[in-house]
Design a protein around this ligand. Structure first.
Ligand code: AMO
Length: 443
């Protein structure tokens, strides 16, 4: 007889009445008298397998298996009348009547966690300590299905708009974003840094290709524990040339975000449903000057703000205000003070105490920063000096601006924060496969 080709669980409803071969993991085994039921899970979903006593070899093997055994099953696909037509669920529209069952790989010990539990109510540390197991849970799987969809949709939306995908170095000779949150590393006989952002290189990309985007790793030596910081994250960056002003940058980012929302709305419903989550409404994203946001917070919430920035509580409040007033889950806060933005930020032409920059907030937290950059060589040299830094240290960066670099701007989005807020996850770490924080370097 011809060797059967493996099919996926999701394909079984198309094979009713046929004998098929499936491979996957045992989610649960249940014995009912002489019948054995196995919930079999593969990358596409779950299906119920029933092992009848009239196939004694299969029944013998089935008695051996426990949760998370990797097995191969051959059997007849049978319709389960009256059951929902959802092949993803174990209680789906079909059932497999096994004629043979083989163990492919056997756990060396009983798994310490029952990943078949739909609600895996574990504390964050347990969830992360046992990551190789907890990633097998359906609800956790959904986080990463949506995450993959986000990456795909972001790249597609950028490409459609003429952005060229690039990958920039992550071992760099200078700290990009300033501050102290960089990791120093030993690079042969000298010191180097892990990139805090692709900022300089994406600007170099503009001077060559006009529009670039990158999906890349970003390293930040944030010493604190919060629900929205990790020390290694994936940035969705872009940079575009020949802009009129920074409004053009916001418009492009807004278009891309709405396209992502549409793709997730179309293809992510099963995964969103596991979290009772919905995609944000498609409405124009309000743009509010930071100084005005500070006023709104004072007026609406009696919140006093130190200096001219708003803290995480303020971000939550202004998001709540915008959701209530404009029906938007997003908001652009614009015109940040020069003093709190990186040196490369373009000062506002009318009032250089402010910059032509923005933050994009989503459901209460900042998910992106961006703005227009200084593109003139001499202005940049003067700005670096004014900030008490040495232009010599930025020689390679400054070279970008020697040969006709157009007005440009861009943004950096934190990919994990988008998923965190989309699903209402308590911590950003749930949206990172193997997160890194101050204490966590394993698994
Ligand atoms: P910024 O430093 O604001 O801007 O970072 C951009 C976005 O990255 C995300 N982010 C983080 N996510 C998880 N953990 C962290 N520790 C962390 N730090 C930042 C946030 C943030 O909005 N070069 C500029 C961007 C630009 O102007 O193009 C930059 O890096 O979502």
């Amino acid at each position: 007889m011809e060797e059967l080709k493996r099919i996926l669980v999701s394909e079984t409803p198309e094979h009713i009445g046929e004998t098929v071969k499936l491979c996957g993991w045992v989610s649960i085994r249940r014995d009912h008298g002489k019948l054995i039921f196995i919930e079999l899970r593969d990358r596409s979903g779950k299906v119920q397998v029933v092992i009848l006593p009239d196939h004694p070899e299969a029944a013998l093997a089935a008695k051996e298996v426990r949760s998370e055994y990797a097995i191969e099953v051959t059997g007849l696909v049978k319709a389960r009348p009256g059951k929902a037509e959802n092949a993803e669920q174990a209680t789906g529209s079909v059932e497999i009547e096994a004629t043979s069952l083989q163990i492919i790989s056997q756990p060396i010990e009983e798994p310490p966690i029952d990943v078949s539990n739909p609600e895996l109510s574990l504390n964050l540390d347990t969830l992360l300590n046992h990551r190789t197991l907890t990633l097998r849970n359906d609800k956790v799987h959904s986080i990463f299905s949506l995450y993959a969809l986000l990456l795909e949709a972001y790249a597609a939306a950028c490409r459609k708009r003429g952005f060229l995908e690039v990958k920039t170095p992550k071992i760099v000779s200078a700290a990009t974003e300033g501050g102290a949150n960089f990791f120093k590393i030993q690079y042969f006989d000298r010191e180097a840094f892990l990139a805090q952002s692709p900022q300089f290189y994406k600007q170099a990309g503009v001077s060559a290709f006009e529009r670039v985007f990158e999906i890349g790793t970003v390293f930040r030596a944030e010493p604190h524990f919060t629900t929205r910081h990790v020390n290694e994250y994936t940035g969705l960056d872009a940079e575009m040339g020949f802009i009129g002003n920074f409004e053009d940058v916001m418009a492009e980012l807004e278009g891309i975000m709405m396209e992502i929302v549409a793709v997730i709305g179309e293809r992510g419903q099963t995964d969103l449903a596991r979290y009772g989550a919905a995609t944000p409404p498609v409405v124009a994203i309000p743009r509010i000057r930071l100084a005005d946001a500070v006023e709104i917070l004072k007026r609406e919430y009696g919140k006093e703000t130190e200096g001219e920035d708003i803290d995480s509580e303020g971000e939550r409040m202004i998001s709540e205000y915008v959701a209530k007033t404009y029906g938007s889950d997003f908001i652009f806060l614009t015109h940040y003070p020069t003093a709190i933005r990186p040196f490369y930020s373009m000062p506002n032409a009318d009032d250089p105490k402010y910059t032509d920059t923005f933050d994009l907030l989503f459901r209460g937290i900042e998910i992106a920063s961006g703005g227009q950059r200084i593109h003139e060589y001499q202005v940049l040299v003067d700005t670096i000096k004014k900030r008490g830094m040495d232009p010599e240290a930025f020689k390679d960066y400054l070279d970008i601006f020697k040969y006709g670099t157009p007005p440009h701007g861009g943004w950096g989005l934190g990919s994990e924060r988008i998923i965190q807020k989309l699903l209402g996850l308590g911590s950003i770490k749930e949206a990172v496969l193997f997160p890194r924080d101050v204490k966590r370097l394993t698994p």
